[in-house]
Design a protein around this ligand. Structure first.
Ligand code: 5GP
Length: 194
């Protein structure tokens, strides 16, 4: 078991609706030493690639993406959820369906901060159905930037997002992949990874 799987077993809670709650170290209170280790692990996995920016989505991706960006020595850009219906032409926009809130959001990134020269590492906390990542990939594509890799902290392997994105040929790496979780007993089963 790796450092993250150990922490999930210790502090994660299985909630109804296939939700894993990790508020104690990732999504509400943040264990910054753990985030630093996560950042180092992404560097270990993607360090052979030339990355010019780290891209994530607000809010829960931001802390993690900061630590990854620090490791690579590059800026971090996050997609903002936009309330305005008429977003200007000065932004890249994608529609993202929120797994945890069940609504749709427009997410935007200013054209100032992404360009065709960029080589991106996309980071997020969770991967479920893949809507957040697909939205970020769409924004990267609209900017003409290349997606060099996608790094996820916790992938729920029993939901379709991971398979969809790997089938598109992207280099997607998840530090922990949960293959099953039992609401009744709280038992969590991880996929074996080398
Ligand atoms: P997707 O777009 O892949 O369906 O869902 C990913 C997003 O939903 C992540 O950005 C994350 O914020 C949220 N999410 C999805 N599943 C879970 C979960 O089990 N626990 C938590 N805490 N967040 C989740």
């Amino acid at each position: 078991m790796n450092f993250l799987e150990e922490r999930i077993i210790r502090d994660g809670e299985v909630r109804p609706g296939q939700v894993l709650k990790v508020d104690g170290f990732l999504n509400h209170q943040m264990d910054v030493a753990l985030l630093e280790e996560i950042g180092r692990e992404f560097k270990r996995r993607f360090g052979h690639k030339r990355i010019t920016k780290v891209l994530t989505i607000e809010a829960s991706g931001i802390g993690i993406a900061c630590f990854a960006a620090r490791e690579f020595g590059v800026p971090m850009v996050f997609a903002k959820k936009s309330k305005s219906l008429n977003v200007g032409s000065d932004v890249y926009m994608a529609e993202v369906e929120s797994f945890t809130h069940g609504n749709r959001n427009q997410v935007i990134v200013s054209r100032k901060y992404l360009s065709g020269e960029d080589r991106l590492l996309i980071i997020d906390d969770f991967l479920a159905n893949g809507s957040a990542l697909q939205g970020l990939i769409a924004i990267a594509e609209a900017a003409g930037a290349s997606v060099e890799g996608l790094g996820i902290v916790i992938e729920k392997g029993f939901q379709p997002g991971g398979k969809l994105i790997r089938e598109r040929g992207f280099d997607l790496q998840s530090l922990a992949i949960v293959d099953a979780m039992d609401e009744e007993t709280g038992e969590i089963t991880f996929r074996r990874q080398e």
